[in-house]
Design a protein around this ligand. Structure first.
Ligand code: GAP
Length: 487
């Protein structure tokens, strides 16, 4: 089985809170299950990951443009997209503890306790039954494997039922006689905001197929088994791109984006050995072909991003329900007829990554408790975040060695020169060693120290987070050095 390092995971969660990355939402009221707030360094890191994705999708692709659609959408959107009828998970309740489980999660958790071979057999059986929507078979599988509730310890299960994951709310102040008239949903994916704007974007941005529309934004799901910190949340953020292609070419574009998206993760400085693909057997209601890009989190390999070949399902459904044509006129010449290809509903290949999940992947990969061997034979330790410099919350800490002798003024001047280019942090309190450790803990890749020599020759010491090595350089070269390393 994949590694499951619960201690490390708990340490990361504690570290994220202690150092201002992630807090439980409304914590003074004991929090709200599976909802989290991002603190000063968390919101900065999250923004940097989002910006890196946005730039890679829009600025670096001539044929991809962005949108920022509203969270509220006309309720028929969700009827057309299939979410009202199909966006549900098979659930099972334990009659004694009243605890509800997602069936696949219950079985997967049990598989963790088995040998590799046994787990493989069990999960293969589960995939087969899920793909066939065979709920009686799944219940039998749970009973045959004597899977117990973690709270009550019993195997006293209800039948398996579907449970819709969309949040509903009421729209407008005037109550309608028919309650359903006022119901709107909080979007469970950002993708539909792209589909309903397909023609607006194609026409106004004069896009030619193949082209993409990118969007980042909040999505909401009433997850039943919502644990594992920010891995599975009820309110989360997605970064999605729908790529519209000519029917018949979707297979090659699916392959293209599957590879391109993995490369994006690696370009961020994430290690290749912590990634793998997982091709889906049971497909979502809209998908023709789908895979996950999985990352090795402390709790094992889990999905961080999905690549889905969605056919013309969504556009055709919106066309049907809205009675508006959602088609593209392709004036490229068809080789066989010698005439323009003409009108069609484009096919779509989607890339969909959870920003919070990517954040957790970056954090888990960066977290390290390092033991440092000292010259006198003893050891020291430090906790650091090896966050790739280009997405680190703070790029440069500017630290005067003491609070006197004019050093703070020099440090402030260097800070003023750099802070327009990248995020800097000034600190003069505590010993320099303590300040370095605090910067290590929030992942600041570079610190410069202004000392008495700076007054004589205008040089500073730069200290590198990962190696703790230090070197002197002219103060006026700091900005260029850091800029070069965060590109
Ligand atoms: N538009 C397609 C779609 O939404 P998905 O596989 O359901 O596909 C895409 O979700 C990504 O969104 C996932 O790979 C995951 O990173 C993220 N995601 C989904 N549900 C989530 C949740 N409850 N909490 C955090 N991230 C979630």
């Amino acid at each position: 089985m994949a590694t499951n390092d619960n201690n490390k995971f708990q340490a990361i969660i504690a570290h994220a809170k202690e150092y201002g990355f992630v807090f439980p939402s409304s914590e003074i009221y004991d929090g709200l299950s599976a909802v989290y707030d991002y603190g000063p360094w968390g919101s900065e890191l999250k923004k940097n990951i989002r910006d890196y994705w946005w730039k890679s999708m829009t600025q670096l692709h001539e044929n991809i443009v962005g949108v920022d659609a509203a969270i509220f959408m006309h309720p028929t959107t969700w009827k057309a997209s299939g979410h009202v009828d199909n966006f549900s998970d098979p659930m099972i309740d334990n009659k004694d503890s009243k605890k509800r489980y997602r069936v696949d999660h219950l079985i997967e958790a049990h598989a963790e306790s088995l040998s590799e071979k046994e787990a493989e057999v069990l999960l293969a059986a589960m995939d087969r039954l899920l793909a066939a929507d065979d709920f009686a078979g799944l219940k039998q599988l749970i009973e045959d494997n004597k899977i117990k509730c973690t709270i009550s310890g019993t195997g006293n299960w209800t039948d398996i039922r579907q449970f819709n994951l969309m949040f509903k709310t009421e729209f407008g102040a005037v109550a309608s006689e028919n309650e359903d008239d006022n119901i709107v949903y909080l979007r469970p994916e950002t993708a539909q905001g792209i589909f309903v704007n397909f023609l607006n974007v194609q026409k106004t941005a004069r896009m030619k197929i193949p082209f993409g529309i990118a969007q980042t934004g909040k999505a909401f799901r009433n997850e039943i088994v919502a644990r594992q910190f920010i891995f599975r949340m009820r309110e989360f953020e997605q970064m999605e791109m729908q790529f519209f292609v000519r029917p018949g070419t979707e297979g090659e574009w699916y392959k293209f984006w599957k590879e391109a998206r993995l490369q994006w993760h690696l370009s961020l400085g994430m290690p290749a050995e912590k990634y793998r693909y997982h091709d889906h057997i049971k497909l979502a209601h809209y998908a023709k072909e789908a895979c996950d890009i999985e990352f090795e989190f402390p709790m094992g390999f889990k999905e961080v991003e999905g690549i889905h070949s969605r056919s013309d399902y969504d556009l055709s459904q919106h066309q049907l329900y809205s009675k508006k044509k959602l088609q593209y006129y392709d004036n490229d010449i068809d080789e066989t007829t010698g005439k323009p290809i003409g009108n069609y509903v484009p096919y779509v290949v989607e890339t969909s990554i959870g920003l919070d999940r990517m954040f957790l992947a970056v954090l888990s990969n960066a977290y390290e408790e390092e033991v440092i061997a000292k010259e006198d034979g003893t050891t020291d330790s430090r906790t650091l975040l090896r966050i790739p410099p280009k997405i680190a919350p703070i790029k440069l800490a500017v630290l005067p060695l003491t609070k006197k002798d004019g050093l703070p003024e020099i440090a402030r001047e260097i800070m003023r020169q750099c802070q327009d280019e990248f995020y800097c942090f000034y600190e003069e309190k505590d010993t320099i060693g303590k300040r370095y450790r605090r910067m290590d803990a929030i992942g600041t890749p570079f610190c410069i120290t202004v000392d008495h020599q700076t007054k004589e020759d205008n040089t500073v010491t730069i200290r590198y987070r990962d190696t703790m090595t230090q070197e002197r350089l002219p103060a006026d070269q700091v900005m260029a050095l850091v800029k070069g390393k965060i590109r």
